[in-house]
Design a protein around this ligand. Structure first.
Ligand code: SF4
Length: 341
C-alpha cells in the first residue's frame, strides 16, 4: 500500500480533479492508506480543491431535534432506536413556535442552514403537514436555507415539503449497501436510496452522508463516496461514530484523528464541488486536529447534535477565525468557483 501511495503526487491528483478527472479505486485506497508523514501534503492538495469551489468560506448548520426517541427502527448507532437503552430525553413533536424558535437560534449562531430532524421510520401525513406549516413560516420570517430529515418519504409527502419551501432533504446512507444489514434490519439501504430519489424528484436538494467507524472496510467507504457522487448530492455530512452507551455499537470506536482526516480527503477528491461537512463525532475523534478537518471540508454543525453535546459555538468560531476562514451565512458558493491557490 505504501508503494502505491508513494507513486502518487497529491498535487497532481488535485490538478487532475480540478481538470474534471475522477478518482479510481486504486487512488481512493491510496488516499485512505496515505502514510501519516504525507498527511500534510494530502491535506494541502485537498484544500486546493476545496478552495476552488468554496474559497475560505465555512458554512454552519444548526440542528433541531423536532421529535426525540421512541423510534421503532433498530439502527445500531442510534440512541433513539427501539434497541437503545441510552438515557436520552424523549418527546413527541415540538410545536410550531418551538421549531421557529430553533430557526431564530440557528440564525443567531450564524448558521446558513436550519435542519429540522425527527426520529422515526418516516412521518405520517399529519406530521408532514405540521413541518410544512412551520417551514412556510420560517421561510417567510427568516428566509433561511431549510433542510428536513424525517425518515423515509413518500412522493406526495416530499412534494408537500418542497411546496412549503423546504430546500433540502437529509437522509444519510450511513454505510455501504454491503454492510447495511449489519447496522440495521428494519429498513434497507435501498429504502434509503428510494427516499433520496423521491426527494430529488420533488425538486429538493439532497444531503446524504456517512458514519465512519462502524466496522466498515476501505472498500465500503469508497463505495459510499462513489454512490453519493452518482446520486448528485449537494451536501455530504461525514460523521464519526460516537459510541453511545446503551446502543449496540457502544463498544465500537476504532478511529484515530489521522484516519478521520484521510476519510475527509477521500470525500473531497471524489466529490470535489460538493459541500462537505465534518459532522457528529468530530470533537471526539479529530480531537486537537479538528481545525485540519476544515482543509478538505467546508462546513460544520454548530452547537449540539441530536442527543449528544457538541463544543460551544464560540470554540467553533475561534477555530474558523484562527484558520483565517470566514463564516458564510447566505448564498450558494459552490456555484461560484474562485481562483486556484
Ligand atoms: S430511523 Fe432514525 S431515529 Fe430511528 S433508529 Fe434509525 S437513525 Fe435512529
Amino acid at each position: 500500500m505504501i508503494s502505491q501511495s508513494q507513486a502518487i503526487s497529491w498535487n497532481d491528483l488535485a490538478d487532475s480533479v480540478l481538470n474534471g478527472g475522477t478518482v479510481d479505486d486504486a487512488t481512493a485506497h491510496a488516499i485512505l492508506d496515505c502514510p501519516n508523514e504525507e498527511l500534510l501534503g494530502l491535506l494541502q492538495a485537498a484544500f486546493r480543491v476545496r478552495h476552488q469551489y468554496f474559497g475560505n468560506q465555512v458554512q454552519l448548520y444548526y440542528l433541531k431535534n423536532a421529535k426525540s426517541g421512541l423510534c421503532p427502527e433498530d439502527c445500531g448507532y442510534c440512541s433513539q432506536s427501539k434497541v437503545s437503552d441510552a438515557p436520552i430525553e424523549k418527546y413527541a413533536w415540538l410545536n410550531e413556535e418551538k421549531l421557529l424558535a430553533g430557526a431564530r437560534q440557528a440564525k443567531e449562531n450564524q448558521a446558513k442552514t436550519y435542519c429540522i430532524v425527527a426520529s422515526g421510520r418516516g412521518p405520517t401525513n399529519r406530521e408532514v403537514e405540521h413541518v410544512a406549516k412551520a417551514a412556510k413560516r420560517i421561510k417567510e420570517e427568516l428566509g433561511m436555507h431549510l433542510c428536513c430529515c424525517l425518515g423515509l418519504l413518500k412522493p406526495e409527502q416530499a412534494q408537500i415539503l418542497a411546496d412549503a419551501g423546504v430546500d433540502r432533504i437529509n437522509h444519510n446512507l450511513n454505510t455501504s449497501r454491503e454492510l447495511y444489514d449489519k447496522i440495521c434490519t428494519t429498513h434497507t439501504y435501498q429504502d434509503r436510496i428510494d427516499t433520496l430519489k423521491v426527494a430529488q424528484a420533488a425538486g429538493m436538494e439532497l444531503c446524504s452522508g456517512i458514519i465512519v467507524g462502524m466496522g466498515e472496510t476501505h472498500d465500503d467507504l469508497i463505495r459510499v463516496t462513489n454512490e453519493l457522487r452518482e446520486l448528485n448530492v449537494k451536501s455530504i455530512p461525514v460523521n464519526f461514530l460516537t459510541s453511545i452507551e446503551g446502543t449496540p455499537l457502544e463498544n465500537v470506536s476504532e478511529l484515530d484523528p489521522q484516519q478521520c482526516l484521510k476519510a475527509l480527503c477521500l470525500f473531497r477528491f471524489t466529490n470535489p464541488s460538493t459541500e462537505l461537512r465534518i459532522a457528529g463525532g468530530r470533537e471526539i475523534h479529530l480531537r486537537t486536529l479538528q481545525p485540519f478537518g476544515l482543509y478538505p471540508a467546508n462546513s460544520m454543525f454548530v452547537s449540539d447534535y441530536l442527543t449528544t453535546k457538541g463544543q460551544t459555538p464560540s470554540e467553533d468560531y475561534q477555530i474558523i477565525k484562527d484558520l483565517g476562514f470566514e463564516v458564510v451565512t447566505q448564498g450558494f458558493e459552490s456555484e461560484k468557483p474562485t481562483e486556484l491557490v
